[in-house]
Write a protein that binds this ligand. Structure first.
Ligand SMILES: *Cc1c(COP(=O)(O)O)cnc(C)c1O
Length: 389
């Protein structure tokens, strides 16, 4: 054994794809976690919207360990209860008809893209496979979901990307109508709140226009709910704030409360689009991850969601107009703060004070656990106000 520290080992052996902050997390409970020196932090990042009920939530740990000691995995050649129960729960809670399980947001979107292409070919004619996405969107890091991502900075080192995408400016109704009317378009995919793009909600008017053109031109409406989904918006899924019925919903991040799980929900138009052999995933609906998701999803009820809204209102009220803050954007417990100081500086100052926050573009981004205790939130918000001055 050598005696490198974790940080030294990481930089020696782990591919340098991440600009890490100077923090090693060694344990956590709820919305608190600890570093290697025992220093305590209030976590407002939840591993980028993943730990829905914080670290090591008791019910979640129980559900996951129970399943891990019954059986941890079986292939998708056989049936298992956690997967079937979870698909049923997702469909009952959303009105969608079928679920395809994978392991990540990118994969959930890949499935959505496959669905759209197949739908276009079947219903609109050969070659009708183009998908519209929004500029400034983020849909993942595989070559196809990168192509779907409407930000050149993510594309530039990895050309050529998958063909078949075109981009519309969020809010530009004229451009939307013009591009949606093209003969080869089969779907439009969007985040109702652009997360990585800077925590920017779409306007009600624009979402309604997407709904309108989707009907008019028979396009699938695909909602990427990887970040805003699973209760974070104050509704179970973000699209529910806009009173629309998508044809496809992709989600991941917070779905299983800290285990890798992606899901692509299929509505009426596309529920039977796949036949055996057309798509698959070795780990999809892994029983342990599915047990974790059942524990999370079953608790995202009206009381919890009301609480998410209350906490959101509290944060917005405290931070909007505070000294050093230019604006607050977002929805529910997915908020972006435009600060006078550079965001990175604020993040580091907060780490110093024992609060973990994220960035999105030039903003400070908050993605706290949905059940963060109010006292901790108050404490963290007071420290944010101190650090942005
Ligand atoms: C994070 C994210 C993804 C990608 O998810 P991965 O699990 O990292 O593949 C896709 N879409 C949105 C909106 C995201 O926030």
């Amino acid at each position: 054994m050598n005696s490198l520290s974790v940080k030294e080992k990481d930089s020696a052996y782990v591919a340098h794809t991440y600009g890490r902050f100077n923090l090693e997390i060694t344990s956590g409970k709820g919305s608190l976690c600890y570093d290697e020196n025992g220093k305590e932090y209030i976590d407002l990042g939840t591993g980028i919207a993943v730990n829905t009920f914080g670290f090591c939530d008791e019910q979640w740990v129980k559900a996951v360990t129970k399943q891990a000691s019954a059986f941890q995995h079986t292939s998708n050649l056989y049936y298992h209860k956690p997967g079937a129960d979870l698909a049923e729960m997702l469909c009952e809670k959303t009105g969608m008809k079928k679920v395809f399980f994978s392991n990540s947001g990118a994969e959930a979107n890949e499935c959505a893209i496959k669905v759209a292409r197949k739908y276009g070919e079947l219903n609109k004619g050969e070659g009708c496979t183009k998908i519209l996405t929004l500029r400034n969107s983020f849909h993942g890091r595989t070559l196809t979901t990168l192509a779907a991502t409407g930000q050149d900075t993510f594309h530039k080192d990895f050309l050529p990307l998958t063909e078949g995408f075109d981009y519309v400016e969020a809010g530009n109704i004229e451009e939307l109508n013009e591009k949606a009317s093209q003969k080869d378009v089969c779907a439009i995919m969007f985040e109702v709140v652009q997360g990585e793009g800077g925590v920017l909600p779409l306007s009600w008017e624009f979402v309604k226009e997407i709904e309108k053109v989707s009907k008019k031109y028979d396009l699938l409406m695909i909602c990427d709910e990887v970040q805003i989904g699973n209760g974070r918006s104050g509704k179970l899924y973000g699209y529910m704030n806009f009173d629309i019925t998508p044809d496809v919903v992709s989600t991941a991040k917070g779905l299983a409360g800290g285990l890798p799980l992606g899901a692509t929900l299929l509505g009426e138009k596309v529920e039977n689009i796949f036949n055996p052999g057309m798509h698959g995933s070795t780990f999809g609906a892994n029983p342990v991850a599915a047990a974790g998701a059942l524990s999370i999803l079953s608790r995202l009820d009206d009381t919890l969601l009301e609480d998410v809204k209350k906490k959101s209102d509290y944060i917005v009220k405290e931070l909007n107009g505070a000294e050093g803050i230019k604006s607050v954007s977002g929805m529910g417990l997915m908020l972006g703060i435009e600060t006078e100081k550079p965001a990175k500086e604020v993040v580091n100052a907060l780490l110093e004070k024992g609060v973990i926050v994220l960035t999105a573009k030039t903003k400070v981004r908050l993605l706290p656990a949905l059940n963060i205790p109010f006292e901790l939130l108050e404490k963290a918000v007071a420290l944010i106000k101190e650090c942005v001055k």
